[in-house]
Design a protein around this ligand. Structure first.
Ligand code: PEP
Length: 249
């Protein structure tokens, strides 16, 4: 039985005051969620949000991590630093990082390894663009993104990782994948990992991300290979996010 997890990616939003109000509301509601709940604020707020979450069951994650351990990498934040300020998770390979900041599969694989080396659970994002879906190459793209990490980190690394399927065309667009489309890709991801290790694949939590809302969460999370969600916009609204977490539980 895989424990469901819902992670909120706040992206580059929030102020200290807004974060405090949001976290307070999430903590108040957190006893209703029997799954795992994680919030991923911008780096600069991690410490303060982490302090506020200290006695709660809600986990703290980073939205990005440097592939290097330390040194002359101006503006970057290492996995060890994220761990030091209280993070347990780090998103790697989010499509906004892949597309806007040109992070390629090889760099994403190095970030995955760096996160794990510091004791963080990587949340590895994979997913196709609209153009790729229309060309019917979704499985080629997602398979390539997965293999890049599997080849570098090894399948055993997936025993302590989470994978998020995030079709790029569904992120922030209000247009979610149908539950059937999500299930089909999730089943593909599990099979791809199962080809290397069936036990690890069976225990791996696969999140769906892309315009998840309270109104569509239960149907998406009801699919056999969907173990929760990675939620962007809707994670900034306490009521909405709490209802999404309840749908996963
Ligand atoms: C995301 O940022 O990972 C995401 C899925 O965003 P949204 O839920 O807003 O589509």
């Amino acid at each position: 039985m895989r424990r469901p997890v819902v992670a909120g990616n706040w992206k580059m939003h929030g102020t200290r005051a807004e974060n405090a109000r949001l976290v307070e509301a999430l903590i108040e509601a957190s006893d209703k969620a029997s799954g795992e709940v994680v919030v991923c604020p911008p780096h600069v707020y991690l410490w303060e949000v982490g302090r506020q979450l200290k006695d709660s069951s809600i986990g703290l994650g980073a939205q990005n991590v440097c592939a290097e351990a330390q040194g002359a990498f101006t503006g970057e934040v290492s996995a060890a630093m994220l761990k030091d300020v209280g993070c347990s998770y780090a998103i790697v390979g989010h499509s906004e990082r892949r597309q806007i900041y040109r992070e390629d599969d090889a760099l994403v694989a190095r970030k995955f390894r760096a996160a794990q080396a510091a004791g963080l659970v990587p949340i590895l994002c994979v997913g196709e663009t609209l153009e790729e879906r229309e060309r019917s190459v979704t499985e080629d793209v997602v398979g390539r993104q997965l293999d890049a990490v599997l080849d570098v980190a090894g399948v055993a690394a997936f025993a302590k990782a989470i994978v998020a399927y995030e079709p790029v065309w569904a992120i922030g667009t209000g247009k979610n994948a149908t539950p059937e489309q999500a299930q089909a890709v999730h089943a593909f991801v599990r099979a791809r990992i199962s080809a290397r290790d069936a036990t690890i694949a069976g225990g791996l939590r696969l999140l769906y991300g892309g315009s998840v809302k309270a109104a569509n969460a239960a149907e998406l999370f009801g699919q056999p290979d969907v173990d929760g969600g990675l939620v962007g916009g809707a994670s900034l609204k306490a009521d909405e996010f709490v209802r999404i977490c309840a749908a996963a539980a």
